[in-house]
Design a protein. Sequence first.
Length: 364
Amino acid sequence: MHSSGLNSDMSIRVDISSETERGNSPQELGFGSVFSDHLFIQKYDENIGWHDAQIKPFHDLTLHPAASVLHYGQEIFEGLKAYRRSDGGINLFRPDQNIARFNSSADLMAMPRVDEQLHLEAIKQLVLSDQQWVPSQSGASLYVRPAMIATTPQLSVTAASSYMHFIIASPVGPYFSKGFNPVSVYVSDVVRRAVKGGVGAAKTGGNYAASLLMGKQAANKGYSQVLWLDAIEGRYVEEVGAMNICFVRKDGTITTPLLSSSILSGITRDSILQLAPTMGYSVKQERLDIETVLNDIETGEITEVFGCGTAAVISPVGQLGYKGRNYVVNNYESGPVAQHVFNELTAIQYGEAEDRFSWVYAVS
């Protein structure tokens, strides 16, 4: 493990494109297919640490065919958003937590840590450089994707000695462009994604690659997400696809699975656990047996189910499919608790509500 790769020089060189070479956020927004004008990049060598931090015009990366990332998947990434306020300014939401998780993932993947202050400054400078790409449409945002990849040209299975840390940005539309509608979720009763003691708590590509086959099979059955169970006993709820999951009981308690080394520590999840009690809801973290959950849905003890993550913030679940049966939640309608939490959280992100937790970082 690399204990530190901190920069000796904290400065970031900025090379901005001319006005005639720059674009703007399009009116029609999807997710992650259009990119802003610039990127941040710095490199690491074990003898000198991180160096050459700079913001440059967006360009393709050049890699040796034997680069470790291409063969052994040594890479990590993050996802956060920049939000356009009604006064024209720009907010980030809890970027310090994304940066801390980035370094935690680096530890698990035997990669060098980045300097947290420089990483935050890089995000800020990139967003400011491309501020015309932060959309002003309701519910839209600029999705910011930091990543680190191993670049050492080697075929031996060892941690690399050189790395590239880069940040790109993409304007994205509201996740629910046609309303706050529930999704169908398939409970994987055979295939497992991650196991305790592994790297399930790291935001690394292999964890997502491990979900693709089951995601494709679930889609062929009419489901849009996969709910993963624990890999030891195959009975305890872990997380949904790229989101954590929450269950609302009829007394208003919001329950979510306990974190473990096979579950990503979601920042939206943590925000809900802090915010919900101020809104009148109790919160619990506990081991959740899938059979008990499904029984509670059938009896009405569980009244709502929703996923939570950066992309959607809140994603209501209308049904869970398990072993050939569908368990419908709340008549396949989004519930009041999910809507309430979504409204409150997004209001904070866009600067429309009081930031009681000091979560918002104003870029401009």
